[in-house]
Design a protein around this ligand. Structure first.
Ligand code: FAD
Ligand code: 2HG
Ligand code: ZN
Length: 463
């Protein structure tokens, strides 16, 4: 979905914005050539492609502050960007904005063993954070398939959920403090990491899920979780999604060490195996699958095996040896990659109330077929959180009839049109399905208090 128009930078009297940007971050860190900026202007799916006059790569919080002060003064809109793995068109310059890449802010503090916390720069990748925590005998509570590129700043800005939400919650639950830069260049910092701290508004939580519209995150104080020594993983097969959803709910209630319950269906498994050349996990085809993970200080396998034994509707199961964990995870995690090989998908990431989840999974392909009979609907997700990823292929990037039909259906079922990826530009026209006029007015008041000139990611979230 490219937006027309060639990006230009305004030239405030007596100055040249590009020259001043180069003076702040250094010549090498202002990219303007199309070859160099292209990767920053196109999203991971290829559905959202923009253009930018410049990608600016500050290396310190002081440089971020100076860049923002300049852009604010000059009225230049800015899109903050981390790993550019976002899936709602929120990280790319669809309105010709300057891209502010935070990847160079990649410093990691020492793990505080007393509190089990760490301070990470916004540009630290999830994978680097995970390695760092592991070396200190700890772990980070959020994990997702884009770990090699997704950054801490982007994960805060999207309030990422991921594969272990059922146990540890999402980014909002991990954040104990932040350093950020407001649109006018003011640095705000609260990184002390005190467990209890009721000294007024917790603005760090405002930024979780703010999608780059309120401030630029530069450092984050994060809680770590225990690094469990024992893990168990099983792939369960069911005749259909209804039985798999019921099993997910039962495991959530009974298995204390549950740390993942991920759903996919036969069509998705078949696609992943065909597109990526993976062997099928079972000789026969089954309707739906649940990948169930457990982790603990003691071996969770006996408890997992007992829970599996009493699971109703189970037709086959494979309990993985530790050496096969990655292989089993690939069947679920690599859905995103396999679907992308079919062409840029429409991605709808939704939550349903528990009682309506199975009905939704069974009926949503029909809702899509009504408006786009040629389309294919792919369903998978974090079933224990009520979160289903509805991916639709075979529809032109700019044709949003399927988005409209599915998101209205979700809202009518009492669900959320964004479970974990955010609103971005992709879902902006449908925010009203979940948020009242009074709520959107409140959002606007917060936005204009923090960013009165509207320079921070002006094309996302707010209609
Ligand atoms: P970007 O894509 O660069 O940016 C995302 C948003 O955050 C944009 O609006 C941007 O403006 C803003 N932003 C970025 N950095 C900053 C900053 N420092 N300050 C202020 N705003 C900023 N998401 C999940 O929740 N769960 C999953 O399981 C999951 N799995 C994924 C698997 C794959 C294969 C892929 C490609 C994506 C997946 N995602 C998932 C989506 C994506 O990885 C997350 O949204 C992630 O949090 C984005 O991080 P990022 O650094 O790439 O952010
Ligand atoms: C996942 O859970 C991610 O794998 C990506 O959130 C979902 O590709 C998607 O739609
Ligand atoms: Zn997800």
């Amino acid at each position: 979905m490219a937006r027309p128009g060639t990006p230009t930078l305004p030239r405030p009297a007596g100055s040249d914005v590009l020259v001043r940007l180069r003076n702040i971050v250094g010549q090498a860190h202002v990219l303007t050539e199309a070859d160099a900026t292209a990767g920053y202007a196109r999203d991971w799916t290829g559905r959202f492609v923009g253009t930018t006059p410049a990608v600016v790569r500050p290396g310190t919080v002081g440089e971020v502050a100076a860049v923002l002060a300049l852009c604010n003064e000059a009225g230049v809109a800015v899109v903050p960007q981390g790993g550019n793995t976002g899936l709602v068109g929120g990280s790319v310059p669809l309105g010709g904005e300057v891209v502010l890449s935070l990847r160079r802010l990649d410093a990691l503090g020492e793990v505080d063993q007393v509190t089990g916390q760490v301070t990470a720069g916004a540009g630290v990748t999830l994978e680097a954070l995970q390695r760092h925590a592991a070396l200190a005998g700890a772990a980070f509570g959020v994990d997702l398939g884009a770990r090699a590129s997704a950054t801490v700043g982007g994960m805060v800005a999207t309030n990422a959920g991921g594969l272990h939400f059922v146990r540890h919650g999402g980014m909002r639950e991990q954040v104990l403090g932040l350093e950020a830069v407001l649109a006018d260049g003011t640095v705000i910092s609260h990184l002390g990491g005190l467990w209890k701290d009721n000294t007024g508004y917790d603005w760090s939580k405002w930024l979780c899920g703010s999608e780059g519209t309120l401030a630029v995150v530069t450092q984050v104080r994060l809680r770590l979780v225990p690094r469990y020594s024992h893990h168990a993983l099983a792939l369960l097969a069911f005749p259909g999604a209804r039985a798999a959803v019921a099993a997910g709910a039962a495991l959530r209630a009974t298995l204390a060490d549950l740390d993942a319950a991920e759903l996919f269906v036969e069509a998705g498994l078949d696609l992943v195996c065909r597109q990526l050349g993976l062997p099928r996990p079972f000789t026969e085809a089954h309707g739906a699958f649940l990948l169930v993970g457990a982790a603990g200080h003691e071996d969770p396998l006996p408890a997992l095996a007992a829970a599996v034994e009493s699971t109703e509707g189970l037709v086959d199961a494979a309990v993985a040896d530790p050496g096969r964990y990655e292989q089993l995870w690939a069947y679920r995690e690599r859905h995103t990659e396999a679907i992308n090989l079919l062409g840029a998908p429409h991605k709808l990431d939704v939550t349903l109330p528990g009682a309506g989840l199975a009905d939704f999974i069974e009926t949503v392909p029909g809702v899509v077929a009504q408006v786009a009979p040629q389309a294919q609907t792919w369903l998978f997700g974090h079933v224990a959180d009520g979160n289903i990823h509805v991916n639709i292929t075979g529809v032109a990037p700019e044709d949003d009839a399927v988005d409209d039909a599915v998101l209205r259906y979700v809202a009518a079922c009492g669900g959320s049109i964004s479970a974990e990826h955010g609103i971005g530009t992709a879902k902006k026209p449908w925010l009203h399905l979940n948020r009242s006029e009074a709520e959107v007015a409140l959002f606007r008041s917060v936005k204009s208090a923090l960013d009165p000139r509207g320079v921070l990611n002006p094309n996302v979230l707010l209609p």
